[in-house]
Ligand binder design. Structure first.
Ligand SMILES: *[C@@H]1O[C@H](CO)[C@@H](O)[C@H](O)[C@H]1NC(C)=O
Ligand SMILES: *[C@@H]1O[C@H](CO)[C@@H](O)[C@H](O)[C@H]1NC(C)=O
Length: 199
């Protein structure tokens, strides 16, 4: 058992955020699955866009973040969104440099690359706002990230059948951002949970 105060959690996870690689950032582990399951249940009940299984599978994907409160689950969700956006940018770059696409698709890819670069900035700002308990700002930013994924999607769907791979990536980030907003909302309505992460 490692008692981890909120500030060391923040530092630890900011470190995670900067390196975007899993670290040995172990916190207290007991019923993480319970937290993830109940959070995903509540969020999928509230939003038609959140799929329960997607939510549970995604949030379980970072095994090192054994966090026992809702705020910790929120941090995991936001990290996943950031990691997703970062990976998708690499995908865009690979596609652009492959030169395998027609001019229409290349234009879309360049636009999406710019949109996603903005999304990364928004995700980092949202993370900082969340840790500072500026939940309204964090929520607005996560919603804007959702809009960004829709805009990228629309670019391609102007021409039917183009690049369905990106539709999947856009939808992943859309859902992860929606899950994050849902958790931010839950955290903001339970302020008493904020000070400590230790059990
Ligand atoms: C959480 O949900 C998963 C998938 O729905 C299920 O397999 C698991 O048993 C649940 N765990 C708990 C602790 O409820
Ligand atoms: C984005 O997140 C989803 C859900 O966690 C995952 O299945 C997918 O592989 C991720 N994609 C990238 C590019 O990281």
């Amino acid at each position: 058992m490692w008692h981890c105060s909120f500030s060391s959690l923040s530092l630890c996870c900011l470190f995670l955020l900067i390196t975007i690689t899993p670290t040995d950032c172990y916190l207290i582990s007991p019923p993480l699955l319970d937290w993830i399951n109940s959070t995903c249940k509540e969020c999928s009940d509230k939003s038609a866009d959140i799929n329960y299984n997607f939510c549970v599978t995604s949030l379980q994907a970072i095994p090192t973040t054994h966090v026992t409160n809702l705020q910790g689950v929120g941090i995991v969700a936001m990290e996943l969104a950031l990691e997703n956006a970062t990976n998708t940018i690499s995908t865009f770059e690979k596609m652009l440099s492959s030169k395998e696409f027609d001019p229409f698709a290349m234009n879309c890819l360049r636009d999406c690359l710019e949109l996603y670069a903005d999304a990364i900035t928004m995700l980092v700002d949202a993370f900082v706002a969340f840790l500072a308990e500026h939940f309204d700002i964090a929520t607005v930013l996560m919603r804007t990230v959702m809009d960004v994924t829709s805009m990228c999607d629309e670019e391609f769907t102007e021409k039917k059948g183009e690049l369905t791979l990106l539709a999947k990536e856009n939808y992943n980030l859309f859902q992860l951002s929606d899950i994050s907003s849902c958790i931010i909302k839950q955290v903001s309505s339970v302020p008493s949970q904020l000070p400590n992460v230790s059990s």
